[in-house]
Write a protein that binds this ligand. Structure first.
Ligand code: 5GP
Ligand code: ZN
Length: 114
């Protein structure tokens, strides 16, 4: 997608502080961190929201979740705990239309989310 900021980050056209980069997923620090660790993990493939995932994306999304756990280890938050969340649509609070998971940690999270 030519106008998608996260596609541009994945391709290197836009700068970001990347913490993981492979053939399938890219992870980078959120520009507006809401926790001591706040990393976004995205599939390289442009998919607008969770609602647009198809069966052919299953392997990529499984890989994405496992990469998230590896990043949690790297960031030193695996044992203290973390939250892995994806916002979908207006009520979910999604603001960028390219599937992404937030990896948040380094502080205690509250529940329910706002
Ligand atoms: P959403 O609100 O869609 O769940 O999450 C989008 C996230 O992307 C927000 O936390 C926002 O701070 C982050 N974000 C938006 N644009 C950029 C950008 O250009 N670079 C980085 N690193 N993060 C971004
Ligand atoms: Zn995109």
């Amino acid at each position: 997608m030519a106008e998608c900021a996260f596609c541009k980050i994945a391709s290197g056209e836009l700068p970001a502080t990347k913490v993981h980069d492979d053939d399938v997923v890219v992870a980078f620090r959120d520009i507006n961190a809401r926790a001591p660790t706040h990393i976004l993990i995205i599939p390289r493939k442009h998919v607008a929201s969770l609602n647009n995932l198809s069966r052919e994306d299953d392997a990529a999304m499984g890989h994405l979740v496992r990469v998230a756990t590896q990043i949690a280890q790297q960031e030193g938050i695996a044992d203290t705990g973390y939250r892995l969340v994806a916002n979908c649509g207006n009520d979910g609070g999604q603001s960028v239309d390219h599937v992404h998971f937030h990896l948040l940690g380094g502080r205690a999270m509250t529940w329910p989310p706002g």
